[in-house]
Design a protein around this ligand. Structure first.
Ligand code: ADP
Ligand code: MG
Length: 348
């Protein structure tokens, strides 16, 4: 919290109901399909003619985020966005979320209010209704679990297991920036902890920091694809790095791929920071996580429609060689792709 002389409210002063009431008092419901939102045993939503998409994510302090450098407002925003990204990755439209939190009494009410400011900001930006949740105490850290509910027209939802040989592989935006943002934050945090007199050196790195701390989901690209009449043959969002995600698509679709190294979009800021860390930038793009860009495949016939779209880059093609996944560097150098994405289970 920025202001030092602010009075902080202990959660136990309010009790569970007081906390929920304070956090959800200003919640405004936008969709008229919501009959009952927060305040009852369950929310009530009118069904639509579309198919329903449901996804959930769990974020644990110390595993998925570090409050030493992740502001609570950003954390709330990101917690929502990563769930919305999963709905967009199905070619769907997210509409509602539920949000459950558990926290220890080291968090005052004002901290949770900051978290919810971020949650509401994301709901505003993406036209989402918060329709429920749960609140509990925890012995140590903060846990946030968000469930997103969305819709896709019958036949329009796109899965991971339907890529076909000769399809083109496309990616949105650029890759590796969020990972370099995390490396920078971790480095500065380590320096700060060893000597609190040294102020973190974060200026001039806005892009990679924003990509790490306040990512956006590719609502825009889903809307563009709809407008130009392209339905991807397979799609996934990039949360664990390109190598992991393309491996999911290829394994589930029982195909192979060739991805051309020089086509992978990497921002200048990412390249610069990768050099500073002595990391080949291609590694940050292939194995860095949390880009929340979309990776999808399209039929060859859609090439003309896709090639002019500025937010989309064609990076390779699907082959019929099941289990043969290659990163092609230069003309002849075929490097096998090994999924090495960020994996919570492997982290010490
Ligand atoms: P119950 O006892 O049935 O679990 P609660 O008292 O936990 O009900 O919740 C009351 C209402 O507040 C419900 O509508 C629930 O969905 C909502 N709610 C509880 N916690 C949160 C939260 N952290 N964020 C948003 N809504 C919440
Ligand atoms: Mg409850």
């Amino acid at each position: 919290m920025s202001e030092k002389n602010i009075t902080l409210t202990n959660l136990s002063e309010l009790g569970e109901f007081g906390v929920i009431e304070t956090l959800t008092r200003n919640n405004i419901v936008k969709h008229n399909s919501v009959i009952r939102a927060i305040g009852d045993d369950a929310a009530i939503i009118k069904p639509s003619l579309n198919n329903t998409l449901i996804t959930t994510d769990l974020l644990i302090e110390g595993i998925h985020f570090n409050l030493a450098y992740c502001p609570l407002k950003h954390l709330g925003y990101k917690a929502v966005v990563v769930n919305l990204s999963d709905i967009y990755a199905m070619n769907g439209t997210p509409k509602y979320i539920t949000c459950s939190i558990a926290c220890s009494n080291r968090f005052p009410l004002e901290a949770l209010q900051e978290l919810y400011e971020g949650i509401y900001a994301a709901c505003q930006n993406y036209n989402i209704d918060l329709i429920g949740g749960d609140t509990s105490s925890s012995l140590t850290g903060l846990c946030i679990s968000i469930t997103a509910i969305g819709e896709a027209q019958e036949g329009k939802a796109v899965c991971r297991n339907t890529a076909k040989p000769n399809d083109l592989i496309c990616v949105t935006g650029d890759l590796g920036a969020a990972y370099m943002g995390l490396q920078l934050l971790e480095r500065e945090n380590t320096i700060f902890r060893s000597n609190p007199q040294i102020q973190p050196e974060l200026t001039g790195h806005d892009y990679i920091l924003r990509r790490q701390l306040k990512p956006e989901a590719r609502k825009d690209v889903i809307e563009i694809l709809d407008k130009i009449g392209v339905i991807p043959t397979a799609m996934i969002d990039i949360s664990d790095g390109l190598s992991s995600e393309i491996t999911h698509i290829c394994k589930q679709s029982k195909v192979g791929c060739e991805i051309y190294e020089e086509r992978i979009p990497i921002a200048q800021e990412t390249e610069k920071m990768a050099q500073e860390f002595n990391l080949p930038e291609i590694i940050t793009a292939m194995n860095g996580g949390e880009d929340y860009e979309l990776l999808f495949t399209i039929q060859l016939k859609d090439y003309e429609k896709i090639k002019e779209i500025q937010q989309i880059t064609i990076i390779g093609k699907i082959t019929d060689a099941e289990n043969d996944l290659f990163l092609v560097a230069g003309e002849e150098n075929y490097i096998p792709i090994v999924a090495q994405g960020w994996n919570a289970m492997n982290k010490e």
